[in-house]
Design a protein around this ligand. Structure first.
Ligand code: PHB
Length: 388
């Protein structure tokens, strides 16, 4: 009798201990590193809001584990991103790293993903080469060449032959310049000058003066999300539009986050991109309404969609692997096909990069508000940068 009691007590004890470790292991941890302060804070705000919305809509349990979202501010400094990633991997033992608001932040972290075999979901940064920086990178944002090439195909058929390019002087800007120029030249157009401005706190004035003197048909611009409003303001102040120079660019310059505050100078601007808040699909309407409701009327931009879709890719991979990690989790991310608020998209299993539609859009007033109205679709665009 006593022996029996002892044994069952032992069993209970063992089970308790087992249950204890099971609870500790039952978390599925997502380390979300974003610029939450500084000049690129809007990117962090959009992505965090989108990630939280995804969790609110899809629950905080996946693959039998409780999801823990750990959000960290890297202040957009690459050494800080890298240090935080290291801590998240070593101390928190995250299943996946995510976020990455700018190219240098993603590139600084890629070696950590490789060494620790931790999947790294890039939700914002958009230089073509990022997916090649580590075999553990999966991208749900976009690649600049996708948008730049699509616009260079549209331009020469629409009365624009001579173009000056003006880009932020780092990865995505250099991609935008290179791929726009190559494709426009191939199409019989001409890039008569290529100008580069500093990535941080650019003063566009001297560059815009130069553009005025060159008198191109259009000025093609890439600046990172958040910097478009300053560019628009100075473009108007210099009277460029009145001088007959059209403003065109990738959709980063007519970012939905700040488009409404840009005023009339933005009206009519043609851009190419993968997401517009006015994308006409039931899924997007639902997404925009839910996002605005949860965030005091804030309109989601393409950064939010990169974050939302990134969470989708992570959740589905966590389901397939029952809350797995490492290579198994990574493999379950590859090849996912689904409908995003941006339209159809998939993660190319070979390149781990996003394939999606690129839309040509024009800024128009709808119901008193400025929107990027999509009027032409180039379906299933792979990053043209990958074949180089
Ligand atoms: C980038 O740094 O890769 C980046 C940032 C903002 C954008 C696009 C690309 O809008």
């Amino acid at each position: 009798m006593q022996k029996r009691y002892f044994l069952s007590a032992l069993m209970v004890g063992l089970l308790g201990a087992y249950a204890g470790t099971a609870t500790a292991q039952e978390k599925f941890k997502i380390g979300l590193i974003l610029p939450m302060t500084g000049p690129f804070a809007s990117t962090g705000k959009q992505i965090e809001a989108a990630a939280r919305l995804y969790m609110a809509q899809n629950g905080d349990t996946v693959g039998g584990k409780k999801v823990e979202l750990i959000v960290k501010d890297d202040t957009s400094a690459p050494d800080v991103t890298k240090r935080i990633a290291q801590e998240l991997v070593v101390n928190d033992k995250v299943n996946v790293l995510a976020g990455f608001g700018l190219t240098p932040l993603a590139l600084a972290t890629a070696p950590i993903a490789t060494q620790s075999k931790t999947p790294m979901v890039v939700m914002a940064a958009a230089t073509s080469s990022i997916t090649q920086a580590s075999p553990y990178v999966v991208r749900t944002s976009f690649a600049l060449p996708q948008a730049a090439v699509a616009l260079a195909d549209w331009v020469p058929n629409n009365g624009i032959k001579k173009v000056v390019t003006l880009v932020s002087d780092y990865g995505p800007g250099i991609d935008a310049e290179k791929f726009f120029k190559e494709r426009l030249t191939f199409n019989g157009g001409e890039v008569i000058d290529t100008l580069r401005v500093p990535m941080r706190n650019p003063d566009f004035a001297p560059f815009l003066q130069k553009v005025r003197d060159l008198k191109p048909d259009a000025l093609f611009v890439f600046v990172p999300s958040g910097a478009g409003a300053a560019l628009m303001k100075q473009f108007a102040e210099r009277g460029m539009d009145k001088a007959g120079i059209k403003l065109i660019g990738t959709g980063d310059i007519t970012d939905d986050d700040i488009l409404n505050s840009m005023g009339d100078v933005a009206n009519g601007v043609v851009t190419s991109h993968h997401y517009s808040a006015s994308h006409n699909s039931p899924l997007n309407k639902k997404f925009v309404a839910a996002f605005e409701k949860a965030n005091a009327g804030l309109r989601p931009n393409f950064m939010a969609v990169g974050g939302y879709d990134g969470m989708r890719v992570i959740y589905e991979a966590a389901k397939t692997t029952k809350g797995g990690s490492g290579e198994a989790l990574l493999n379950a991310m590859k090849g996912q096909v689904f409908e995003s608020p941006r339209g159809p998209m998939f993660i190319d299993a070979q390149t781990r990069d996003v394939v999606h539609n690129i839309y040509i859009r024009k800024v128009e007033k709808v119901g008193g508000q400025l929107f990027n109205q999509e009027f032409s679709t180039i379906p299933d665009v792979k990053d043209p940068g990958k074949s180089k």
